[in-house]
Design a binder for this molecule. Structure first.
Ligand code: CO8
Length: 264
């Protein structure tokens, strides 16, 4: 598989796992327009190669930051129209993350602030370093979160905690992020990627059509009334019985062997 190279991100594909690394460590991996655009382009490549890429990991280069937010030097002199355009670029790329068929894992290796927390919140699962720090400091700059923070963070932690975090603009540590539901797992800094890969490899052993459908129904049905959401789940469940993975998974169980899923 041929993968493009980018100026502000790295895209590595290894053993079915795509790792997208935001690569501007001198600016704490701050997200400027070029980086946000490249993230969108890389996600298009990942989607186009979904047969070979089973899980997607997003992380930041260097030891200090996952992403310390949108690029303040680019934003300072923007007018409202330009800010709206930037926000659109981010929404386009973050929407692509959410809509990928693969499970996405944010490997949060350090500061995860503003647009960085919004990026991590767009992923399915967040595995975080003990040293990571989280916050939506936008109000300290005189703006509101503009890449989905008022919405995705609220869906993770609830309205009260989201309002507290956004209004205070201060940082919380990894333990608190775990406690309030931002982080699913915490690891020592040196063990972060091992933990991420352990999760990725466990997921890859399973029927990946089923993983993808489960992700889809969890996200799409989240805001529906319960009975409609349950109907939606029933349809997805029934559809999995039309896959070769279902036959293989159940046959393997009955034959007391490990399933060999083909994602068909
Ligand atoms: N943008 C641009 N440059 C940054 C950013 C950023 N977000 N964060 C850090 N940098 C740069 C610094 O300016 C510095 O550059 P230089 O070496 O040239 O002086 C370099 O990275 C290293 O940073 P520090 O020296 O500050 O490193 P520290 O270890 O002292 O501090 C922090 C690290 C705590 C992460 C600190 O850099 C910081 O507070 N950064 C800003 C965090 C922030 O406010 N983020 C929110 C940005 S706003 C946002 O994300 C809004 C998203 C939605 C926008 C919608 C618009 C349409």
């Amino acid at each position: 598989m041929k993968i493009n190279t980018y100026d502000n991100i790295l895209l590595d594909i290894n053993e079915g796992i795509a790792t997208l690394t935001i690569n501007r460590p001198k600016s704490m991996n701050a997200l400027n327009t070029a980086t946000l655009t490249e993230i969108g382009e890389a996600l298009d490549e990942i989607k186009a190669n979904a047969d070979d890429i089973k899980v997607v990991v997003i992380t930041g280069a260097g030891e200090k930051a996952f992403v310390a937010g949108a690029d303040i030097s680019e934003m300072r002199d923007m007018n409202s129209l330009q800010a709206a355009e930037l926000s659109k670029v981010a929404h386009n790329s973050f929407g692509k993350i959410e809509n990928l068929p693969q499970l996405t894992i944010a490997a949060v290796n350090g500061y995860c602030l503003g647009g960085g927390l919004e990026l991590a919140s767009s992923c399915d699962v967040r595995v975080v370093s003990e040293k990571a720090k989280f916050g939506q400091p936008e109000v300290t700059l005189g703006i509101v979160p503009g890449f989905g923070g008022t919405q995705r963070l609220t869906r993770l932690v609830g309205r009260g905690k989201a309002k507290e975090m956004i209004a205070m603009g201060t940082m919380i540590d990894a333990k608190e992020a775990y406690r309030v539901g931002i982080a699913e797992e915490i690891a020592a800094p040196e063990a972060l990627m091992d933990k991420v890969m352990e999760i990725a490899h466990q997921v890859m052993k399973n029927g990946l059509i089923a993983v993808s459908m489960a992700k889809y129904v969890i996200d799409r049905a989240a805001d529906l009334p319960l009975d409609t959401a349950i109907d939606f789940e029933t349809q997805m469940w029934a559809q999995t019985f039309a896959t070769e993975d279902q036959t293989e998974g159940m046959t393997a169980f009955l034959e007391k062997r490990h399933a060999k899923f083909t994602s068909k």
